[in-house]
Structures are given as C-alpha cells and as structure tokens.
Design a protein. Structure first.
Length: 254
C-alpha cells in the first residue's frame, strides 16, 4: 500500500494568524507547524483528507482571506501527486503527475504555469531544474531516475548547506561523487537482479527504477524550502503520532 497525504502551505503568515483564519472558515480541527520553513507555515486540516475539491476551496479561501500565497499538496497511493498554487485567492498554477491514472492511461504530467513558482524557490533553485522535475525528464530527454531526483534536491539545497558549512566541497564535486556512488549501487543491484532472474528464469531487470510521485513531491518541497516530511504527512498521521514533520500546534474545533 502506498502513501497518502493532503496538506497546504501558506507563505508569510504566522501560526496565530493561520489559526484564526482556519477557525473562521470552520476548517478545524487542524494542525499547524509551530515554525515556518523558508517562510512557509504548513497546515493539516482534518476535513480535506484526499478530497481535492475541498482542498481547492480551502486553499483559495485561505489565500483570499490572508492575502498570501498558498500551495496545496495531494498525494494518492504514492502514484499521483498534484499541487495548486493560489495568490490572493486566485488559482495561478496547478500540476498533475499522472493525469490518466484513473482511466488506465500513462499520460505525461500536466503542467500549466510552473514559472510562477520561481520567486518561492530556495536560493540557487532554477526554473530548468523545476521543469525537469515536474516533467520527470532529465537533461538528456530520458525519464528521470532516483539519482536525477537526488541531484536536483542537492542543487536546490546546496546554497543553504554551504552557508552553514564553509568546508563543503563545490557542487560539481558533490554531484560527481553522488553519480559515482549511485552508479556503483546500480551496478550491484543489476548484478543481483541478473542472478535472481537466472534462478527464477525471469527476464532481465532494469538497473534503476524510475521515480514515483512521492519522490516528485518530496523534491518539489525541498525546491520550495520545505522539508519532505512536511509534504508527506496529513492530519491523521499527526494525530496517530506517525510523522517527523516537526512541532505541531493543534487548532481545536469551534
């Protein structure tokens, strides 16, 4: 069974202001992160779980009432990731990683205006990197692999990492090391898969699986300055103590 998550992230609004807005919209009980990440305060309402229409309405209302950017994340069974970005109550961008999933089709991701996300990216984040991630296609035109996603995550977070660690090697060196390590791991996996295939009389196995929707979501979260844990949780996970997304404040129901 895959992962399911539903959440919103509001930029530039303190937890107290969010608590008041959520109460006014009767979107409680809800959890709110106690500390912002790159300006984003994360919200986990109880009444929007896996409900894209309710999530859309709440994102639009919060953005309108608070006059703030709001991005919504929805992950279904680790197979489908979608987001919507609102500014001053208006939908300005949306994305679907696998739009033909429920019809049994393997359609390419649906992009609309991802360039509007650029002002919200961490230092060093690029539009090219974002587009590769959302399209799930590398610079060589081939489908992204887990290694590609890890490298994009490193690019997005390198400036922040280097600020706290002056001895950090140059980005290019780190990428080379990552490719080398991942290449060695892929070779080891391929050898193991070949041995197992021979024993089971199965066909050849691919060296590296392509990325899942949950990997795209986590990488986008890092691109925005959020943590992957904040993107991967929901109200029910927090209520059950199954999250590592940081300290949470509970906004009680009216």
């Amino acid at each position: 069974m895959g992962s399911f998550s539903t959440n919103l992230h509001v930029r530039g609004v303190a937890p107290g202001g969010l608590a008041s807005a959520l109460s006014a919209l009767e979107a409680t009980p809800a959890y709110v992160t106690a500390v912002a990440s790159h300006g984003w305060t994360s919200v986990y309402p109880s009444n929007v779980d896996q409900d894209e229409h309710a999530l859309h309405r709440l994102g639009a209302r919060l953005s309108h009432d608070l006059g703030a950017p709001v991005i919504t994340f929805l992950l279904h069974d680790s197979d489908i990731f979608s987001y919507e970005l609102f500014e001053k109550g208006h939908l300005v961008d949306r994305y679907e990683s696998n739009p033909g999933y429920f019809e049994g089709r393997n359609d390419p991701p649906t992009l609309h205006h991802p360039e509007v996300l650029l002002p919200y990216g961490v230092e060093g984040a690029s539009l090219d990197g974002l587009l590769r991630l959302l399209r799930q296609v590398g610079a060589d035109g081939e489908p992204l692999s887990r290694t590609d996603v890890a490298i994009e995550q490193l690019r997005s977070n390198y400036a922040h990492m280097a600020a706290g660690n002056p001895q950090l090697p140059p980005l290019a060196d780190l990428i080379d090391r990552m490719r080398q390590m991942q290449g060695e791991k892929a070779q080891a996996r391929a050898r193991f898969a070949s041995e197992m295939a021979r024993e089971l009389s199965a066909g050849p196995q691919s060296e590296e699986q392509h990325i899942s929707a949950i990997a795209v979501m986590g990488a986008l979260a890092l691109w925005l300055g959020l943590t992957a844990d904040r993107a991967e949780t929901s109200y029910r996970y927090i209520a059950q103590g199954e999250t590592h997304a940081g300290e949470m404040l509970l906004v009680e129901a009216n």
